[in-house]
Design a protein around this ligand. Structure first.
Ligand code: CP
Length: 318
């Protein structure tokens, strides 16, 4: 593995999942792998789970982790080639990234989309520029369009939870929200479940909330949430803003919020969410505090997903 930006950087999802589960039962078995190695975690946007779980994962394999809040602790970066930097940006990524590439052995980057210009966001300029100029492996800690560490975590969580000898039925359902949110988690979850191939996969959302077909192709897509939920083993709840007419809120119908009544349609499904979640907007208290929610287990697994990715990157760069 050279970088970890999307599912395309992984050859063997099942192998990664099994290795992550092995780390979960023996976190320190590769303690010497990261000895004298350092990871820089660059945050252009806020985070709790990704930041802490990646630091813990790095420490578990003996790496030092240093967090840097770009734009808050440091200079605001410019990413456009040939930019005339007469505005707010102080340092170009082509000057900063090679330095970071000398300070660290791996760089993690979190960068959200603007949700104003689809072409720009979907070009993943920020991540591409770090890959181009840092000269060391880059890990996405969530980018403009994808959240691969979250998606690997989600597949790990489903694998360890589902014990039957058949494919689980997984439903990704849109949920209401008061803010315009990125499509990253939904895009990435769809891309990973489709690439994994070990599930029956349905996506349900209101009209106008279609995602990019490049990520969803292979899933059954319906606007009828009740129909989608029927016999589901896992319900993944997430809001996203519109993709076609980009970054808008067309619907905030609370009927789309999952309830215990809707859960009766499922096969006693486990409920997932990447967190943070807006209670009683995106997901109800009765679900989050109920027996079917596995959101804490899911967030805990962020450590093992990050640990397996960092170990693969270190092994590849030996
Ligand atoms: N799920 C997730 O990425 O959480 P944070 O934004 O807290 O890192």
């Amino acid at each position: 593995m050279k970088n970890f930006i999307s599912v395309k950087d992984t050859g063997d999802i099942r192998g990664l999942v099994q290795q992550a589960i092995a780390y979960k039962s023996n976190p320190f078995k590769d303690r010497s792998l990261g000895q004298n190695k350092r990871i820089g975690l660059l945050f252009l946007n806020p985070s709790m789970r990704t930041r802490l779980s990646t630091q813990i994962a790095a420490q578990n394999i003996g790496m030092e982790a240093i967090v840097f809040n770009v734009g808050q602790d440091g200079w605001m970066l410019e990413f456009e080639e040939e930019a005339i930097m007469s505005g707010n940006t102080v340092e170009h990524v082509k000057d900063a990234a090679p330095i970071l590439g000398k300070y660290f052995d791996i760089l993690g980057i979190r960068t959200f989309p603007t949700l104003k210009n689809k072409a720009e966001d979907y070009s993943e300029l920020y991540i591409r520029q770090f890959i181009k100029y840092a000269g060391i492996p880059i890990v996405s800690l969530e980018s403009a369009t994808l959240h691969p560490l979250q998606s690997l975590t989600d597949i790990i969580t489903i694998t360890e939870t589902f014990q039957e000898k058949r494919k689980p039925k997984i439903v990704l359902t849109w949920a209401p929200h008061v803010k315009t949110l990125p499509q990253c988690v939904a895009n990435s979850f769809a891309e990973w479940v489709n690439a994994w191939g070990d599930a029956e996969f349905t996506i349900t959302h209101p009209e106008d909330y279609e995602l990019d077909e490049g990520f969803t192709k292979g899933a059954l897509i319906t606007h009828n949430q009740d129909e989608a939920l029927r016999d589901a083993d896992f319900v993944y709840v997430k809001n996203w803003s519109t993709y076609t007419d980009y970054g808008r809120i067309y619907c905030n119908d609370p009927k789309w919020m999952l309830s215990n009544k809707k859960m009766q349609l499922t096969n006693n499904a486990k409920v997932m969410h990447c967190l943070p979640v807006r209670r009683n907007v995106e997901l109800s208290d009765e679900i989050l505090d109920g027996p079917n929610s596995i959101v804490t287990q899911q967030a805990t697994n962020r450590v093992w997903a990050a640990q397996v990715v960092l170990s693969k990157l270190l092994q590849s760069s030996k």
